[in-house]
Write a protein that binds this ligand. Structure first.
Ligand code: FAD
Length: 410
């Protein structure tokens, strides 16, 4: 790329921020514009359902960098601005305010938005999602006043919210239509463990149960379930997942399939346009993936910067993820779906154990609960050629850390 080129980044979230700062770190000296429709500088989303919701972290603890960082790095921020269209012929993006901005390279880091629940009463006051800082700011005072909350959807966000609500003394029902909390991402064993944990913390967990409608007169008062119950509620959290923001990419004719389709260099079907983070569907050793995690947003932000400055290597990072719920920290390395064997390391009764998952004898993922060392080792193992046997993984006397170190020396 020419030295005076312009990179426009759509979406000032984790991935967009990372791409902008990594471009400078990689020596890109041209113009960088970071356009985001939220009114604030880029922030960390994970605390929104954890320490920020609980009132333990303030706003200052959320910003990914202070405002001065962007001036110093010559990253132009266009905040509170929505990109409404991409003109690939003339290489411009159009903003809702009517302005047009020219680009040489365009990075789509548009993330995802909460999936709305389409039942009667979903519009009532007190029925809220949790995706953005504005959502968290709306939820916090409601949680402080609530007596009975219903969480619809037992995914990560719903369960993190439930744990915080229970700690605040709020009565909680968790309603999940499948039989498995966090079932899209974690193994059956871990789902069962978390069902028990939430019940122990005092939440009523209703599995295999749908929501028929939400009741109330202006303000929410109850949730009616598919088995005919009426759960009292003065606060309802909708946590049924997200939808990738693909509309402007689709309108510009880029390939879409559960996200914006990219190749191993994170380029879309137009080689001047890239997509990263929650909105991108990329090829990996685990098959095509669209991941919703900080690791994915950060690693892809770094990778796209390398691609733009001409130092591209095919993107092939080990995915990892975490969730904090009360005193339990779950960390996941790799992708455990499709395993044919699972072994336990540690004792599940001790609330500190890891499950190692294998397919055709090969390690594909590890879920660690309150065992950060296993998680770190698992990431190193998955990065190398993980010829670890299930028997070695299950043997607490087998020194995993030494084994991982010996692999990385090879
Ligand atoms: P986003 O962070 O969603 O950023 C995309 C930005 O683009 C948004 O600001 C969006 O409004 C903006 N945008 C979209 N379209 C346009 C447009 N046309 N014009 C301008 N701007 C646009 N991950 C973990 O690994 N661990 C966790 O514990 C964890 N906890 C989480 C808790 C919560 C409450 C949430 C919401 C997420 C959590 N995640 C967690 C997920 C993680 O935060 C996301 O995977 C990550 O933020 C994705 O970054 P992104 O930049 O791809 O998308």
């Amino acid at each position: 790329m020419k030295p005076n080129s312009t990179v426009v980044i759509v979406g000032a979230g984790q991935a967009g921020f990372q791409a902008a700062s990594s471009l400078r770190q990689a020596g890109f000296d041209g113009r960088i514009l970071l356009v985001g429709d939220e009114p604030c500088i880029p922030y960390d989303r994970p605390p929104l359902s954890k320490s920020y919701l609980a009132g333990e972290t303030g706003l200052d603890g959320l910003w990914l960098r202070p405002e001065t960082f962007y001036q110093k790095e010559r990253i132009e921020l266009e905040l509170g601005e929505t990109v409404t269209a991409i003109d690939r012929q003339t290489r411009h993006v159009e903003l809702a305010s009517g302005r047009k901005i020219a680009y040489d390279r365009l990075i789509l880091a548009t993330g995802a938005r909460f999936r709305p629940l389409s039942v009667a009463g979903a519009e009532l006051d007190g029925v809220l999602p949790l995706r953005t800082l504005a959502d968290a700011d709306a939820l916090r005072p409601r949680l402080a006043e609530a007596r009975e909350a219903v969480v619809i959807g037992a995914g990560f966000i719903g369960l993190e919210f439930a744990a915080v609500a229970r700690q605040a003394g709020v009565g909680v029902h968790i309603v999940e239509v499948t039989q498995r909390p966090m079932g899209r991402v974690v193994s059956e064993e871990t789902s069962r463990f978390y069902t028990r944990a939430h019940r122990d913390w005092g939440s009523k967990v209703l599995l295999g149960t749908g929501v028929v409608r939400i009741l109330g007169n202006g303000r929410v008062s109850a949730v009616e379930t598919s088995d005919g119950r009426r759960l009292p509620a003065d606060l309802v959290l909708i946590g049924i997942g997200v939808l990738p923001n693909t509309e402007i990419a689709a309108a510009a004719g880029l390939a879409i399939d559960n996200g914006i389709v990219v190749d191993q260099n994170l380029a879309t079907t137009d080689p001047t346009i890239f997509a990263i983070g929650d909105c991108a569907n990329y090829p990996s050793r685990f098959g095509r993936c669209r991941l919703e995690s900080v690791q994915n947003a950060v690693d892809q932000g770094q990778a796209v910067a390398a691609a733009i400055v001409g130092e591209s290597i095919p993107y092939d990072k080990v995915p990892w993820f975490w969730t904090d719920q009360a005193d339990l920290k779950l960390q996941i390395a790799g992708i455990t779906a499709g395993h044919d064997r699972a072994v336990l390391r540690g004792d599940s009764e001790s609330r500190s154990f890891s499950s190692f998952f294998f397919r055709n004898g090969t390690l594909i993922g590890v879920e660690s609960i309150n065992r950060p060392t296993d998680h770190v080792v698992a990431r190193r193992l998955l990065l190398a050629d993980p010829r670890l046997s299930p028997e070695q993984a299950a043997d607490s006397d087998f020194d995993l850390r030494a084994y991982a170190t010996s692999l990385s020396r090879r």
